[in-house]
Design a protein around this ligand. Structure first.
Ligand code: ADE
Length: 266
């Protein structure tokens, strides 16, 4: 729901989201709130704020009627009442986990605000989620909605060509992605790390995890803390302390002693 549908269609019909919608993996519908104004002559959708203050407010009626028409269409084709995301700097800050959760929804409606905001009563009536894209203020909700639509769409099965690329990327497991290299093997005197040319997949995976951890610690210490909380380091394997050599036991018996695995505290 927007006052600038061309902003949405113009952007999302390109590149990966465009291809995915052509192929039917996802579909977008930018609905113009102005079309639902009761003001036949001027299609007015905003008015002054009660109590004074600068700027105009988007009125409740056009937004509500616009939503009801979208919801009716969804219900008619057998869908359930959709989640309605109001994109606002007052919302919870969007992240990859939220993108994953939203990607499981059959339908999502985004409400893009403009002017000084939206009449609170319609928000109370229709909004299920208040979501921001960061602690800064933009001129309207279209760009944030597109950011979220892009991040959500690429998690829908079939949208990306290679399922793997959605699995190993940054933010999975609260880690940033490891560094990557392509041909040539040497560029400006910089060589591709030898391990990546080794063909040893296990070693490559270990190296990548190590680099992901290093990079996250360095660039996003906040994320690294989350990673640590969810993946506490395993306690080091304790070696059973060898008792002082018993003069009765031969040195052969002592060296034959096995180390007990204490990983599980056993
Ligand atoms: N509208 C204006 N600024 C915004 C932001 N940072 N996130 C979401 N919606 C917004």
């Amino acid at each position: 729901m927007t006052l600038f549908p061309e902003m949405i269609t113009g952007s999302l019909s390109n590149s990966i989201t465009g291809r995915a919608s052509d192929k039917g993996f996802i579909s977008f519908n930018a609905v113009n709130i102005r079309d639902y104004s009761n003001d036949i002559k001027h299609h007015k959708v905003d008015d002054y704020t009660y109590g004074g203050g600068a700027g105009m407010l988007m009125q409740a009626q056009p937004i509500y009627d616009c939503f009801i028409s979208i919801k009716d269409e969804i219900l008619k084709r057998g869908g359930k009442s959709p989640r309605v995301i109001y994109v606002t700097p007052q919302g919870a800050v969007f992240n990859q986990k939220m993108a994953q959760e939203f990607a499981t929804e059959e339908d999502i409606v985004f409400l893009c605000g403009h002017y000084e905001g939206v009449d609170e009563r319609v928000l109370e009536e229709i909004v299920t989620d208040y979501v921001s894209i960061g602690d800064y203020v933009l001129t309207g909700g279209e760009l944030p909605a597109m950011v979220m639509i892009d991040a959500i769409s690429r998690l829908v099965p079939g949208v990306l060509n290679n399922d793997e690329s959605a699995m190993t990327e940054s933010f999975n497991n609260n880690l940033l992605e490891y560094p990557q290299y392509s041909r040539p093997e040497e560029w400006m005197g910089k060589k591709v790390p030898a391990i990546l040319l080794s063909g040893d997949h296990k070693k490559v995976d270990e190296w990548r995890l190590e680099k992901s951890i290093e990079r996250t610690m360095e660039r996003r210490p906040d994320l690294y803390e989350k990673y640590l909380a969810e993946n506490p380091p395993k306690p080091p394997k304790k070696k059973r302390r060898r008792r002082k050599a018993d003069p009765e036991i031969s040195s052969e018996q002592v060296t034959g002693d096995k180390t007990i695995n204490t990983e599980n505290g056993e």
